[in-house]
Design a protein around this ligand. Structure first.
Ligand code: ATP
Length: 441
């Protein structure tokens, strides 16, 4: 079964501890979500898979973790203070507020997506709304203390460009990667964790000689598109959307979105942009600092161009969840499986005692866990019958269930069950390390 609904995913996430509505006991906030015990593991694994791929497995990348609060001049330079705005319109009938680019139809007469009333954009002109969340630094709440929660992580990379070049003796081409929280006062948050007001981004700025920008752009689009598939997303659920010229910012020469077919339609997971030298030149102007790069080989100073692959951690995590979900008919019942990639699943192994009141079985199970913990995420569970425990582990994506029974305590053999095939093998404990090493690496 492939047509999973968002309701199914939202309810699985709540029931099994992946994602909870934030501040739920107070009625929730509607625009932020909390990752529970399972969700935090999955999200950490998504970030680690990205970090491995774009930092640890490459020679031309560095990492960074810049502060969320930045000097307000940053946002002046980047254009966010003046330009990070959406055009909004209020529906006169239901009083709800919408982004004009989210209203169905085209031209001046549109329909309210909620109550279907007509919205006349001439009589009811849109107003601009800045998406940045404001706060005050220090004890006095006046104009001079205003700062913003960053609406993207990217600017932390640009302002540290020279620090990284100098401290790491970097030559072009090279990139800087960063993962961190960003905040946008979205007008219409929704679709679960897809659009929220607090979210996490994984962003790269890849600095190149301007002559090499188009080639680097092409390579990053290919590599980022391949990454989602490498971690298990079905190819037919992914597509590239190349921005038309009239969609591009004036300084950009190309932008491609990677889209996933969510139950609510094709939507952006990540954008890869060929941004020219806009950001560095703006920061050079605003700060009065020379941010040019000295190209020793060419004996030339210039501002590098950048390729920016910018993705959302929450959107990627949601896509991995949706894509991994499947229902199978097994002996007249329905088995729910989260077929997550072995590096993404929250727990790799569950150790289950067949009889929880048998002290030898429990002792053996606990001993197995302490031996495996160093290399794998392993959980003990004795809170239901074995059949139920298997189903629960399938539903959270655990790759292997190891079952210890009375016979195990006599012959040192355990049962190992595979999440995807449900095949059970009886193996000797002496062989367990080798077995798991082969399967999980
Ligand atoms: P959208 O058009 O969906 O609002 P965007 O093009 O404004 O997205 P970018 O500014 O390119 O998004 O941000 C890069 C990435 O950050 C997006 O591809 C997305 O994965 C993530 N992202 C942006 N806004 C949000 C949000 N409100 N909630 C969750 N993730 C977000």
């Amino acid at each position: 079964m492939s047509n999973v609904t968002m309701d199914t995913i939202v309810s699985l996430c709540k029931r099994r501890g992946f994602i909870f509505p934030s501040s739920e006991i107070y009625g929730g906030l509607g625009s932020t979500w909390d990752y529970g015990p399972l969700g935090v593991e999955l999200k950490r694994n998504v970030k680690q898979a990205w970090w491995n791929s774009v930092v640890h497995h490459r020679d031309d990348m560095e990492g960074l973790d810049a502060a969320i609060l930045m000097h307000p001049a940053t946002w002046k330079a980047s254009g966010h203070t003046d330009g990070f705005t959406d055009a909004l319109v209020d529906c006169k009938a239901c009083k709800k507020r919408f982004r004009v680019d989210h209203l169905p139809g085209s031209g001046d007469l549109r329909k309210c997506p909620d109550c279907q009333a007509e919205i006349d954009l001439i009589k009811n002109p849109p107003r601009l709304f800045n998406l940045m969340l404001k706060t005050f630094l220090g004890p006095i709440e006046d104009e001079s203390a205003i700062t913003y929660l960053r609406p993207e992580t990217a600017q932390g990379i640009f302002v540290n460009f020279q620090n990284v070049v100098n401290s790491r003796h970097r030559k072009l081409p090279f990139g800087i990667a960063q993962i961190g929280k960003s905040f946008r006062n979205e007008i219409t948050p929704g679709n679960f964790t897809f659009r929220t007001r607090e979210f996490e981004q994984m962003e790269i700025e890849y600095f190149v000689n301007p002559d090499n920008a188009s080639e680097a752009y092409k390579q990053w689009v290919e590599q980022r598109f391949a990454w989602y598939q490498e971690y298990g997303i079905k190819k037919e659920k992914l597509q590239l959307r190349i921005h038309a010229d009239d969609e591009l910012a004036h300084y950009a020469s190309g932008c491609t979105d990677i889209e996933y077919e969510f139950p609510f339609g094709w939507s952006e997971l990540e954008g890869i942009a060929n941004r020219g030298n806009f950001d560095l030149s703006q920061h050079a102007k605003q700060s009065g600092k020379d941010l040019q790069y000295f190209d020793q080989a060419a004996n030339l100073k210039y501002l590098p161009h950048v390729i920016e692959p910018s993705g959302g951690v929450d959107r990627a995590t949601l896509a991995f969840l949706v894509d991994a979900y499947r229902e199978e008919a097994v002996k007249g019942a329905t088995r729910v499986v989260l077929g997550l990639h072995k590096e993404l699943c929250p727990f790799q192994i569950a150790v289950l005692p067949l009889l929880k009141k048998n002290p030898q079985i429990v002792e053996m199970a606990k001993k197995i866990i302490s031996g495996l913990k160093k290399n794998y995420v392993v959980k003990y569970d004795d809170t239901a019958s074995i059949g139920k425990l298997y189903r629960r582990q399938d539903e959270i994506g655990t790759l292997y269930c190891l079952t210890v029974d009375v016979q195990s305590t006599e012959d040192n053999m355990i049962t190992i069950r595979d999440r995807d095939t449900m095949l059970q093998e009886r193996i000797s404990l002496d062989q367990l390390d080798k077995y798991l090493q082969e399967k999980l690496g």
